[in-house]
Design a protein around this ligand. Structure first.
Ligand code: SF4
Length: 381
């Protein structure tokens, strides 16, 4: 079984922190949607006939699409792929788009999971991030989604925002918990160079928070969510039992997927292909029947390192048998001193040949994974 990701590269306005690929020009939107439908047909054999278990509309802002635009993409999917009996169909949406009519339409169209970009319930913070919604819209949208009949709702929140206190952050968490969503995703604000915040930081007008502030706020989040019986199944993702994101979990379990739309990428187990991040070139190319992408064939080392980077962030951890059987790698003997040190610090546990990070260890997930990376013989000095 496989996944399909559809990148909708349009937003109403640019949030000051965001470096995803999107355009705020809406005049190309219908043409890009048509091109995405064509790309789906062009790529119908990419997944080798595997049925779609998950479909994920991400972006950008998929909730900006008109019903007829979303219908065009869904029709192309149904015409070109088989879909399992109970697929997970997620759509990322912003509170300012998700009106009662839009929610009704989405549910009827088959979307069964909503990922709502709330980020904060505090109007001052929302303004400072240049979000297009306010607290009232966020609350109305989450209530509206539940009343419409959505039974799988995820809320996105951001922590580590400069100038914001731990108390402010905890208020946001409590407001989110008050809606009892099935899932919460939360990322620390990172300052990306080509964003407004990146520019302000370079000019000295803004100072990113220290790592220990971000770690403390993540800790506050985990404490609060654990009390409400959410499981931290990935460093930044928390769910009620049975509501882990199937689509994202499949990325972390190394399953194959097709990504369509400008900037989307795809993985077939052997290589990754990256679509170009440019709407005009994407359009012209698809109109000529060609998908504009670059291809990266994955080496043994790439596959091992990706496996470590993704699985160590999850609650199911890295299976040492997979590393031994698929990659002839005995990670314990190759890193015995380092592994012992991590065990001693209480950052990892090894049980039944599975290496997992403890709650404490997850704060350093990416660092630990990169310390365990293998280097190609060609690159050794
Ligand atoms: S955060 Fe979301 S809505 Fe804001 S610019 Fe980025 S993709 Fe668009």
């Amino acid at each position: 079984m496989a996944g399909l990701y559809i990148h909708i590269p349009f937003c109403k306005q640019a949030c000051y922190y965001c470096d995803f690929f999107f355009s705020t020009r809406q005049d190309q939107r219908t043409a890009v949607v048509r091109a995405i439908a064509s790309e789906i047909a062009l790529e119908k054999n990419y997944l080798n006939g595997e049925a779609l278990e998950t479909i994920y509309f991400g972006g950008g802002t998929p909730s900006i699409l008109l019903p007829e635009e979303l219908d065009a993409i869904l029709s192309a999917i149904h015409a070109n792929f088989s879909i399992v009996e109970s697929p997970e169909i997620t759509l990322e949406g912003n509170p300012d788009d998700l009106t009662k009519e839009k929610l009704d339409y989405l549910l009827k169209a088959g979307v069964n999971r909503l990922s709502i970009g709330v980020q904060s319930f505090d109007d001052t913070i929302l303004k400072s991030l240049n979000r297009a919604h306010d607290n009232r819209m966020a609350r109305g949208c989450i209530d509206g989604a539940g009343n419409t009949g959505f039974k799988n709702i995820s809320i996105d929140l951001i922590y580590g925002i400069p100038g914001r206190t731990d108390e402010d952050w905890e208020k946001d968490i409590h407001q989110a918990i008050g809606f009892a969503p099935q899932h919460i995703s939360s990322y620390s604000l990172t300052i990306e160079e080509k964003t407004v915040f990146g520019k302000w930081t370079k000019q000295g007008k803004m100072k990113p928070v220290d790592d220990d502030v971000a770690a403390r706020q993540l800790n506050i989040l985990i404490d609060n969510l654990e009390r409400e019986h959410y499981e931290q199944y990935e460093v930044s993702n928390f769910s009620k039992p049975g509501f882990q994101s199937r689509h994202n979990s499949n990325y972390w379990k190394n399953r194959i997927y097709l990504g369509v739309g400008p900037s989307a990428h795809s993985y077939n187990g052997q290589s990754r292909q990256y679509n170009l991040s440019n709407n005009s070139i994407y359009l012209r190319s698809i109109q000529q029947g060609k998908i504009p992408f670059t291809l990266e064939t994955l080496s043994r080392e790439d596959k091992i390192n990706e496996y470590l980077l993704t699985t160590l962030r999850t609650s199911w951890g890295a299976d040492l048998r997979v590393l031994r059987e698929q990659f002839s790698l005995d990670i314990l003997s190759e890193n015995s001193d380092y592994i012992q040190d991590l065990q001693h610090k209480g950052y990892i546990v090894i049980e039944d040949s599975v290496l997992r990070l403890t709650r404490q260890g997850r704060f350093f997930a990416d660092k630990i994974a990169s310390d365990l990376f293998v280097v190609s013989d060609n690159l050794r000095s």
